[in-house]
Design a protein around this ligand. Structure first.
Ligand SMILES: [Zn+2]
Length: 494
């Protein structure tokens, strides 16, 4: 169903009797009036620092989110009325330009970043519908603060790096990995870690330079191949990318984790992994958006796009995942929007560099399969993203594989990743441009026979701010899916 968003310009009377609005306001007021020292103490009792206690970080990094809350709309009915609510809510949120974290029709939630005032307005606008709502993150600055490594973890990491660099011992890297995956890592640490891995596995791992970003940072990828250079043009490549959206940190830690597991399982003589690597090459691009990622560490934790200049000097950044040259739609959003696609295809330097690199190397390294890691919602998405009216080729097998990936995850961790058509997930059935120019469609159409997006954890209450204790569990479940994928590609049928 297509909805013209302008048709939602309507005056909405305030509904003072709506219980949902009342509890929304009361919860925020109670929080704002609560005593800071009590809050600090209760955190300290759990061995967690409060962000105001941290000495060596820029407080503004957290304080800028004061007065903002993550509100979840959920619990609408599973019928036509529910659909009407869902579509209307999306359109009104869009029109009010309230930042959207995630929408999931299958898990039934819409998470948005609101202030007290626009949250109240929005709930007012929706008050004629049946649904529930709750604030899932009340203390946004503190929740953001807790996703950064503690200063103790940072020191530990630096010491470990030094010890590995000085003696370059194979045993050290595994110790290092245990430390490395304890916390999220910034770009410098991740790039330093690439070099350590290549030092440790020089015969099978290479760092490849893809190009430079707008702010001049190198885009680096890693090629894992146990084959001699002369043979690689007959070997199928599996490509795994992540971090195209800067704030989705767990996607980056997960692709690093998968790479690390493949390397150590291969080294330890794991028979299945040996077989995968004898028949497949793996190509990892863990930080697809280095400028944006760096920006989430230094300036705005919840930044999504790259950092490129646009025609509007007040608003920078292109959503790389709308910038690819397949079914591209130019500038359907304003440059200030999180979904801004740019004025022309491949305007985002990251998508341009990626396309050029793949074209230059495609004869030596034919791509066969693609996984793009995002967060969050726990979903497996399959093509196409741009339209629900177009059937993907080989849909039956694509679906079978999607179910297999989901099952591999469930067997590993018990988490249930829903299988969703990417167009539905993106809302392309509602606003066609929302699914335009995606990396998924571009890779599926031009490069990879099999292509998926995995949206990682959680579907609970952390969203983009998944605590670092989940880095390894998420890494493990996605590694299980990648191994399933590899086994599928090697099976006789395909
Ligand atoms: Zn994403």
């Amino acid at each position: 169903m297509l909805i013209n968003k302008n048709s939602y310009i309507e005056a909405i009377p305030s509904n003072q009797n709506d219980q949902r609005i009342q509890s929304f306001i009361t919860e925020i007021e109670n929080f704002e009036n609560s005593d800071l020292s009590a809050k600090v103490n209760s955190l300290n009792n759990k061995n967690i620092y409060h962000y105001t206690q941290q000495e060596d970080v820029e407080l503004g990094l957290f304080l800028q989110y004061k007065g903002e809350y993550i509100l979840r709309l959920y619990g609408w009915s599973d019928n036509e009325n529910g659909d009407i609510f869902y579509n209307s809510a999306i359109m009104i949120i869009h029109k009010m330009e309230v930042p959207v974290w995630e929408t999931s029709k299958t898990h039934q939630f819409i998470d948005i970043q609101v202030t007290k005032s626009n949250g109240e307005k929005l709930l007012n606008a929706l008050s004629k519908y049946e649904f529930k709502c709750k604030i899932i993150i009340l203390d946004l600055p503190q929740t953001i603060f807790e996703t950064f490594p503690s200063s103790q973890q940072q020191q530990q990491q630096q010491q470990e790096e030094l010890s590995v660099i000085t003696d370059n011992d194979n045993n050290e890297i595994s110790t290092n990995a245990e430390i490395f995956f304890k916390a999220y890592r910034d770009l410098d640490s991740i790039y330093a870690w690439y070099d350590l891995l290549v030092d440790t596995y020089p015969d099978i791992l290479n760092v490849e330079y893809i190009g430079n970003t707008f702010e001049g940072r190198p885009m680096k990828a890693l090629r894992l191949s146990v084959h001699s250079e002369s043979k690689t043009n007959s070997i199928k490549t599996v490509v795994i990318t992540s971090g195209i959206h800067a704030r989705e940190w767990v996607s980056i830690s997960s692709s690093c984790f998968i790479l690390y597991q493949l390397l150590s399982d291969y080294e330890n003589g794991n028979l299945a992994v040996k077989r995968y690597l004898e028949h497949l090459d793996f190509f990892f691009m863990p930080v697809m958006n280095p400028d944006g990622y760096e920006f989430t560490w230094k300036s705005e934790r919840l930044w999504r796009k790259n950092r490129q200049q646009t025609f509007n000097p007040r608003c920078s950044g292109i959503d790389i995942d709308h910038s690819f040259g397949f079914q591209f739609t130019s500038g359907f959003e304003s440059p200030c929007s999180d979904d801004y696609s740019g004025e022309s295809e491949f305007e985002a330097l990251e998508s341009y560099n990626w396309d050029r690199y793949l074209n230059e190397t495609k004869h030596d390294h034919p791509i066969y399969a693609y996984i793009d890691l995002h967060s969050y919602a726990e979903e497996v998405l399959y093509p196409y993203a741009y339209s629900c009216d177009v059937l993907p080729r080989d849909e039956e097998n694509l679906l079978e594989l999607a179910y297999g990936l989901s099952q591999a995850i469930r067997l590993k961790s018990g988490k249930y990743y829903e299988i969703v058509k990417a167009c539905e997930d993106k809302g392309a059935d509602l606003l066609p441009s929302m699914g335009a120019g995606s990396a998924l469609d571009y890779m599926y159409h031009n490069k990879a026979y099999w292509a998926f997006v995995l949206k990682l954890r959680d579907s609970g209450t952390h969203g983009f701010l998944l605590p670092s204790k989940y880095i390894v569990p998420v890494g493990k479940e996605i590694y299980a899916a990648v191994k399933y994928f590899a086994a599928f590609l090697l099976s006789d049928k395909y």
